[in-house]
Design a protein around this ligand. Structure first.
Ligand code: SF4
Ligand code: SF4
Ligand code: FES
Length: 321
């Protein structure tokens, strides 16, 4: 396939034709990568909903160097040969992203202290990195009736940011389309038919793709905080899925089983409900080793002692204990 050249925040890279700006940025890595709350590389057609990945195209291409008139969604815009893009080097992008975070939080509840997603929530990370610490919104927040979607998955519609990821996951993992987003604008809501999409052996994956705490694991609900648990990669022989998962352990107790997530919080492979909800004993699994977590993640706090050599930490360790 033909290769093209794109420059993002002064880093130039060659990519295959058809690559989006976001994918090209991920190939460069680091600060150049825009945040993405709705795009998910394993979900076909995802993206284009949240606006967090917006960037400025200062040169459209080698052939047509005119800038694009507005900021564009990097997850939906194809790279062109000779394209020049600004992400964090553009004050306009930084300001727009701040505005998007404020917008996403307008109707979001202040549930973090009681939310099972806290500590691994993309919205928390996004607000911390790109938001402001105050809201100008004085009106009453929009709220929805709670909907019971069965014994395995907890649905909190008030926390939903309408990213559509669970809709695309259900589309891919179930035989017929049974839920979606109803209405428009402020009235939009994830359809009440969501409970029908959980009638599948792979329904638990909507928990993993949800970037916030709108869909959480009912079997883990209020049992622990993620930063007290230690994620370990494990596998088992399974006839329905690859059986490759992450176990969230405290001591020898398996509190939760999830798919393995990459550095962008995207699951590498979808796992079945048997692995996720029914195999909660360490004896069910072969442990592969600790899951690598970002050093800045709150989940990493339980890894300090294993990551630092004992002779290096000993004076510090005394202070910590
Ligand atoms: S979804 Fe994220 S930001 Fe919202 S309450 Fe839960 S942890 Fe907090
Ligand atoms: S429930 Fe979660 S995954 Fe589904 S649209 Fe809302 S935020 Fe996205
Ligand atoms: S990640 Fe691009 S619009 Fe949401």
């Amino acid at each position: 396939m033909a290769k093209i050249k794109i420059t993002i925040d002064d880093h130039t890279i060659q990519v295959e034709q058809g690559t989006t700006i976001l994918q090209a940025a991920r190939l460069i890595g680091g600060e150049v990568v825009p945040p993405a709350m709705c795009y998910h590389s394993k979900l076909k057609d995802s993206g284009g909903k949240c606006r967090t990945c917006m960037v400025k195209v200062v040169q459209g291409s080698e052939k047509d160097p005119r800038p694009m008139p507005k900021l564009v969604a990097s997850c939906r815009t194809e790279a062109q040969d000779g394209m020049v893009v600004q992400n964090i080097t553009s004050p306009e992008v930084v300001a727009a992203r701040k505005a998007v975070v404020e917008f996403l939080l307008i109707n979001h509840p202040l549930d973090c202290p009681v939310c099972d997603q806290a500590g691994e929530c993309d919205l928390q990370d996004l607000s911390y990195k790109h938001g402001t610490n105050a809201s100008r919104y004085e009106e009453e927040k929009r709220t929805y009736e709670t909907i019971d979607i069965g014994p395995l998955i907890q649905f909190h519609p008030n926390r939903c940011i309408l990213c559509y990821r669970c809709v695309y996951a259900a589309n891919e993992l179930t035989e017929k389309r049974v839920h979606g987003v109803l209405y428009r604008g402020e009235k939009s809501e994830i359809s009440t038919f969501i409970h029908q999409s959980i009638d599948s052996d792979f329904s638990g994956n909507i928990i993993d793709v949800c970037p916030v705490g709108a869909l959480t694991d009912k079997t883990f609900r209020f049992k622990n905080r993620v930063w007290f648990t230690r994620p370990m990669d494990a596998h088992r022989s399974c006839s329905k899925c690859s059986g490759k998962t992450t176990l969230w352990l405290r001591g020898d107790e398996v509190y939760r089983v999830t798919g393995r997530k990459n550095q962008y919080g995207e699951v590498e492979e979808f796992i079945c409900n048997e692995c996720r909800f029914e195999k909660k004993s360490k004896a069910d699994w072969v442990i592969d080793g600790p899951r690598k977590v970002s050093p800045t993640s709150v989940i990493g706090q339980n890894h300090y002692k294993t990551l630092v050599k004992p002779h290096v930490i000993s004076p510090l360790k005394e202070k910590m204990e």
